[in-house]
Design a protein around this ligand. Structure first.
Ligand SMILES: Cc1cc2nc3c(=O)[nH]c(=O)nc-3n(C[C@H](O)[C@H](O)[C@H](O)COP(=O)(O)OP(=O)(O)OC[C@H]3O[C@@H](n4cnc5c(N)ncnc54)[C@H](O)[C@@H]3O)c2cc1C
Length: 451
């Protein structure tokens, strides 16, 4: 009897423990592995076109890597997976465990509908979410102790890549159509992911500690989308980092991967955090509503708030489906604390445009900035969009790259065009709000609730 390997967020063949388990199962029965991907309408409906287009490209790469044997089926997994199992007479379905709320529910439903085992091996993380707890046996609420426990716990070495896999030849519905998008997508697939990682190891890692905060430079690894789709596994990255001489940059990069694991762990313990604030910070009447909120939100989403650093970020998002982390923090803070729009609305917009859009990382980072998370930046930390721009885009190059109206403004003056008087470009908007005023409003709201 063959076995099924159901690919989800693990679109690779290297360092793939569930693939090894499937190959072992198939070889024991002298049979084959059916490579399955299910185009699940529930996920297709809520994912933005840039992310879906990327996913289709990544599936194409996986199909090539399996010698054209990827079997794509469309429909609800609880129907499609058992029906494929019956069709091929499979003995088991192998998966990498899903850890986020929708994936967990989906897998439980599939497991109930199957009359063969659903075998979970590994997870998309170095340490499976839920595994680490404090000495008191409770979930971690704060990042730093989580990171210490994570480092102490450690992780396995990368799994070997099987030299050959006996892929089965089974009818496929064919790859889904690639949705149209204007977003310039990064190269997709396992090879592209490894290429990007090698380039970063050679050219970027040494400077990462300081360059990672500079959106005007190409100072980060740009691996988030590859990690999102599991085109490479963090274990592989951690093993490569361990082989380098230790340095601040190596430590900082490892720490960023720990944030990814921390957020997945928080969401494991608090699935409701995908939609609800973990702690409310301001009274309900503090939020903008109706037409005012809609107009402010539209200015933010379209990159015309009149704050150049914010607008550059929002336009980078629309053009590339990615935004630099420093700028993500600033635009998120601006929406919540300057425009008083709830974080959930911003998080939805990010999920519609981000190619790396990922529920644990997106929702928990939004909660961190909004001050509503467990280990959150305190609510009274309000990012100043001007000083952040001046500090992290010191010559204004990032702003000029994404905001063409300001290309004629030299140097850091680009961060405050309203100071240019008659020289100010007349096609760039004036600020939609006054930052100093709105910061005070946010702090008053916080104190009204007893913060
Ligand atoms: C409001 C907001 C929303 C975000 N939404 C997402 C999202 O949907 N998907 C996503 O992958 N990341 C998200 N992030 C985290 C971070 O911005 C991106 O992971 C990072 O910008 C990706 O670029 P990179 O791969 O070049 O990062 P690098 O600086 O090269 O970092 C390496 C890896 O570490 C991890 N990492 C880095 N920073 C963080 C962080 N703050 N939280 C968790 N993991 C981190 C990522 O996996 C990243 O690929 C969000 C951050 C904020 C503030």
């Amino acid at each position: 009897m063959p076995v099924v390997l159901w690919f989800r967020r693990d679109l690779r063949l290297a360092d793939h423990p569930a693939l090894l388990a499937a190959v072992q199962g198939a070889r024991a029965a002298d049979d084959e592995v059916v490579a399955l991907f299910v185009a699940d309408p529930a996920l297709w409906r809520v994912s933005g076109s840039p992310r879906l287009a990327y996913l289709v490209r990544s599936l194409r790469a996986l199909d090539e890597a399996t010698g054209g044997r990827l079997v794509v089926r469309r429909g609800a997994p609880a129907t499609v997976v058992p029906s494929l199992v019956r069709e091929v007479g499979a003995a088991a379905v192998h998966v990498t465990a899903a850890t986020e709320p929708y994936g967990r529910r989906r897998d439980e439903a599939v497991e109930r509908a199957l009359d063969v085992p659903l075998v979970r091996t590994g997870s998309p993380y170095a340490v499976a979410p839920g595994r680490l707890v404090t000495r008191g046996g409770t979930p971690f609420q704060v990042f730093t102790p989580f990171r210490s426990a994570w480092l102490d716990h450690g992780w396995s070495a990368p799994a070997v890549r099987p030299r050959t896999v006996p892929w089965a030849s089974v009818r496929s519905d064919g790859l889904p159509d690639e949705p149209a998008t204007d977003v310039i997508l990064p190269a997709a697939g396992e090879h592209a992911a490894h290429r990007r990682w090698r380039t970063f190891l050679e050219d970027g890692l040494d400077d990462y500690r300081w360059a990672r905060d500079r959106p005007d430079l190409d100072g980060t690894s740009a691996l988030s989308v590859h990690l999102k789709y599991g085109e490479l596994h963090p274990r592989t990255l951690l093993a490569d980092l361990a082989a380098r001489p230790s340095s601040d940059s190596v430590g900082t990069y490892r720490s960023e991967l720990a944030w990814r694991e921390f957020h997945a762990d928080v969401l494991w313990h608090h699935p409701g955090a995908a939609h609800r604030s973990l702690r409310p910070v301001v009274p309900d009447d503090a939020w903008a509503s109706g037409a005012t909120a809609d107009a402010l939100f539209a200015a933010w989403a379209e990159g015309r708030t009149g704050y150049p650093f914010v607008d550059a970020g929002m336009r980078q998002l629309r053009a590339t489906g990615w935004m630099h982390n420093r700028v993500r923090m600033v635009v998120a803070s601006f929406l919540v604390k300057d425009l008083h729009v709830r974080w959930q609305r911003g998080a939805d917009h990010f999920m519609a445009w981000l190619v790396d859009g990922d529920v644990p990382q997106n929702q928990l980072n939004w909660q961190w900035v909004a001050g509503t998370g467990r280990d959150a930046a305190p609510y009274f930390r309000v990012f100043n969009p001007v000083t952040q721009g001046e500090k992290f885009d010191p010559d204004g190059d990032y702003v000029r790259r994404w905001v063409p109206e300001l290309r004629g403004v030299a140097g850091r003056a680009v961060h405050q065009p309203w100071r240019l008087g008659l020289e100010a470009p007349d096609d760039y908007p004036s600020p939609v709000v006054d930052h100093a005023t709105e910061r005070r409003v946010a702090l008053d709201d916080f104190h009204r609730r007893g913060g």
